[in-house]
Design a protein around this ligand. Structure first.
Ligand code: FES
Length: 162
């Protein structure tokens, strides 16, 4: 059983620095079996994947239209493991949250399509393991991420649990 927070004073968020405390979301042995789990961390829904020996956490709702990424399949594109959103098949890299797409040169239709990145679209969070417990620390990167829209406001927690 894990304790909720790694913060010594138990505070959830320092409003001055917007630093989030780490939150325990489960046991290592469980996620290694299921290879994914969902959690609510400081009121934000996240999905944690265990893929090829590595942990990855991201906002649970797809940046495109809020699709449930925890129900998607993991596939490799251009050598990069991605979660494929079950709604419209957008591909999101597990490691960086980049949206990937294939492009072709219209002036050279015979050329092979190339994988390209739209940049970071899905917010990635940090996973740490301590004494067999899995902790998630929310990203406090100041840039605006498209997935923020579905992780905050009317779409968060209550909406996705229906
Ligand atoms: S909602 Fe994920 S691809 Fe559209």
């Amino acid at each position: 059983m894990c304790s909720q927070s790694m913060d010594p004073d138990g505070s959830e968020q320092d409003p001055e620095t917007k630093k989030y405390s780490s939150v325990c979301v489960g046991r290592e042995e469980d996620i290694k079996k299921s290879e994914r789990m969902t959690a609510v961390v400081h009121d934000r829904e996240v999905v944690i994947f265990y893929h090829r020996g590595e942990y990855h956490a991201m906002d649970i709702r797809c940046y495109h239209s809020g699709g449930p990424l925890h129900l998607g399949e993991i596939e490799e594109f251009d050598g990069r493991p991605c979660i494929v959103c079950p709604w419209h098949k957008y591909k999101i890299t597990l490691a960086t949250g980049e949206g990937l797409y294939q492009s072709i040169n219209p002036k050279d239709p015979s050329a092979k399509p190339k994988w390209c990145s739209k940049g970071i679209k899905q917010r990635i969070h940090t996973v740490t393991v301590d004494n067999g417990n899995i902790y998630v620390t929310l990203s406090n990167e100041p840039f605006k991420c498209d997935s923020d829209f579905y992780a905050t406001g009317i779409f968060k927690v209550i909406q996705s649990s229906s």
